[in-house]
Design a protein around this ligand. Structure first.
Ligand code: ADP
Ligand code: MG
Length: 614
């Protein structure tokens, strides 16, 4: 059988693992290295080198070296400004849709660079297993959006692999642990790697892993710890020697020295740094204690607390309800990080499995679930951001809520706002805010419909998020009997800042947004009733007489006045009162008259109007 392997395609390190009997193991290269630095470079002869070999060039030839390419996956040219400082090689940001990296004589997409890393791991696995490796499970941070996941899949394809599943890294990690322990309960996974932070809350029961919530920051990791120390040392070098190392090579030397120092300070209390730079010639020596290091990185480590609290809040749990905390990622070796996690969750975190390997091991388990014997393990994941469509008045009709378990399919119904409309615009948005203008536009498409009176069409919109977290949208016109399926291709990705801001804002504006939404909804509904009633009055005045007409007109004025105000409750109340007063007239006239009489101003769709106040 064609058994799949698992790959952890990391920002800083990548690994490949395979199921070996009952448990997974990470595959090492010929010299015993398990971690492949996610670095690609061009050597003096102009050939491509990958991994440790490439890492050497990061110092001698920084401009021909690409590291942290994961930060660029699925990103457009406009989105990479904060990322640029991590990528030594020059970037081409002229294309709004996709950023490119200049390496050798070529411009590469991030997926192509990642494919080089994947191919290296593929070959490593093939050598070890003595067979061809085609199928693979690749992990991504839980925060990855559609285009980032898509780019990861593309990378696999370019490397000649069949990506049978993309899974979230924290899910993989908990799978690795679940396999060993088979425990039940609530688990928090704290993954602090080289470039990303992922905090996930999982529920483990009867062999089923369910992700209750995920939160994090794709712009926070061990790199930032290195840079925090490097910035401090660069200033000190400048003060001591009167000149500032500003060449890319020199800066990379300092950053690399800082990474080494950081690793040593995870186990030692004091170390000596020795940095030699050639141009200008500088020999910089200095003792540094763990305490000094912690003072530099303290604010960064503290930044990891908020995502922990948000994840707990989303899962509606208190820290003391968490049974187990799992540490993932090389940066969790830093004692201050461990202490911080322990402080937040109030218990000692698990670290029995190697934090660098956990994700790859879990990916191998997942690969085995999909192509091997372990069919009895079910995996559930969640959609990281809410998805919906724009409806009348610029409000968002949410179709899939944030943190909904995936794969998921959800359907809602909409209708037209204008008589004789021959098409409807389905505008897909992503985000937590109530108004379209505060969300991110994922794309739009047009569904053709036969002309009908407003409010007549019944348009069924279905959102399907597949097991890889990728979205498809389908719209159907039920009344006309036509059926049309449309696939939405994700445009370029969200910046990390956008994702973070969206989540932050959603908490801050939750109440306010909900109020605006309710107000727009009731106003839409009231307008629908008012327009209908006005037409009904023209048609029905003679049938009901002047006295009743006068009463209805007076009630209409009160309703219109209420609509000008901001009080949704008052509008509903007035609407109900108006309903009673106009009930008799409504009965006399055909429903049709009411239905046809919608606002003629704007084309669009809106949720089928509710029948009574709520
Ligand atoms: P990613 O998944 O983002 O590729 P990893 O989980 O492999 O990242 O973690 C890489 C990070 O862990 C790097 O920033 C590296 O410097 C850091 N790291 C590795 N070992 C140690 C250590 N002993 N002490 C502190 N940091 C470490
Ligand atoms: Mg990782």
């Amino acid at each position: 059988m064609d058994r799949a392997v698992g790959i952890d395609l990391g920002t800083t390190y990548s690994l490949v693992a395979v199921m070996d009997g009952e448990s997974p193991r990470v595959i090492a290269d010929a010299s015993g290295n398990k971690l492949l630095p996610s670095v690609v470079a061009v050597d003096q002869k102009g050939s491509l080198v990958i991994g440790d070999e490439a890492k050497k060039y990061r110092v001698s030839n920084a401009r021909q070296t690409v590291s942290s390419v994961k930060r660029l996956m699925g990103k457009g040219g406009r989105e990479i400004v904060p990322e640029a400082q991590y990528i030594a090689a020059p970037l081409d940001v002229s294309d709004e849709k996709i950023v490119k990296v200049k390496l050798g004589n070529w411009e590469w997409t991030p997926a192509e660079i990642s494919a080089l890393i994947l191919r290296e791991l593929k070959q490593r696995a093939e050598k070890d297993l003595g067979r061809e490796v085609k199928k693979v499970v690749i992990t991504v941070p839980a925060y990855f959006n559609d285009s980032q996941r898509q780019a990861t899949k593309d990378a696999g394809r370019i490397a000649g692999l069949e990506v049978i599943r993309i899974i979230n890294e924290p899910t993989a990690a908990s799978l690795a642990y679940g396999l060993e322990k088979k425990k039940q309960g609530l688990i928090a996974v704290y993954d602090f790697g080289g470039g990303t932070l992922d905090v996930s809350i999982l529920k483990l029961k009867d062999g089923i892993f369910e992700v209750l919530a995920t939160c994090g920051n794709t712009h926070l990791g061990g790199d930032d710890l290195d840079w925090a120390l490097a910035r401090f040392l660069l200033k000190e070098i400048e003060a001591r020697f009167g000149s500032k190392p500003d060449q890319a090579n020199a800066i990379q030397t300092v950053v690399d020295a800082c990474e080494q120092a950081k690793r040593r300070l995870s186990t030692e209390n004091e170390i000596t740094l020795d940095i030699r730079l050639s141009d200008p010639e500088i020999d910089y020596r200095r003792k540094i204690t763990r305490q000094e290091f912690e003072a530099r990185i303290g604010p960064i480590v503290e930044k990891t607390v908020e995502p922990c609290l948000s994840a707990l809040k989303d899962a509606k749990l208190k820290p003391e309800e968490i049974d187990e905390v799992i540490l993932v990622g090389g940066s969790t070796r830093v004692p201050l990080v461990r202490a911080t996690v322990e402080r937040v969750f109030g218990k000692k975190p698990h670290s029995e499995l190697d934090p660098d390997e956990v994700v790859a091991l879990g990916a191998a388990v997942q690969a085995d679930v999909l192509t091997g014997r372990m069919k009895d393990i079910l995996l559930l994941d969640v959609a990281p951001l809410s998805l919906g469509i724009e409806s009348f008045g610029g409000i968002v009709s949410r179709i899939i809520r944030r943190n909904t378990t995936i794969p998921v399919q959800a359907t809602d119904h909409f209708t037209t706002a204008v008589d004789g409309q021959t098409s409807v615009d389905i505008h897909i948005v992503q985000g937590e805010r109530g108004l379209v203008r505060d969300c991110r536009s994922l794309g739009r498409f047009r569904l053709k419909i036969p002309p009908m009176p407003a409010g007549f069409a019944r348009i069924e919109v279905t959102f399907i998020v597949d097991e890889n977290g990728i979205l498809k949208v389908r719209a159907r016109d039920l009344r006309a009997g036509t059926e049309e399926s449309i696939q939405v291709k994700p445009s370029y990705g969200l910046t990390d800042e956008q994702v973070e801001k969206m989540l932050e804002d959603s908490l801050r504006f939750e109440k306010q947004d909900e109020e605006v939404r309710k107000l727009v909804e009731v106003r839409n509904h009231a307008q629908f009733i008012i327009n209908g009633a006005k037409r009904a009055l023209v048609q029905g005045r003679e049938l009901i007489g002047n006295e009743e007409s006068g009463k209805i007109e007076a009630a209409l004025k009160i309703l219109e006045k209420a609509c000008e105000g901001e009080d949704a409750g008052l509008i509903w109340k007035t609407l109900n009162e108006f309903g009673e007063i106009s009930n008799h007239l409504a009965k006399i006239l055909m429903d049709e008259a009411l239905r046809e009489a919608l606002a003629r101003k704007k084309e669009g769709v809106f949720k089928n109007p509710v029948q009574s106040g709520s």
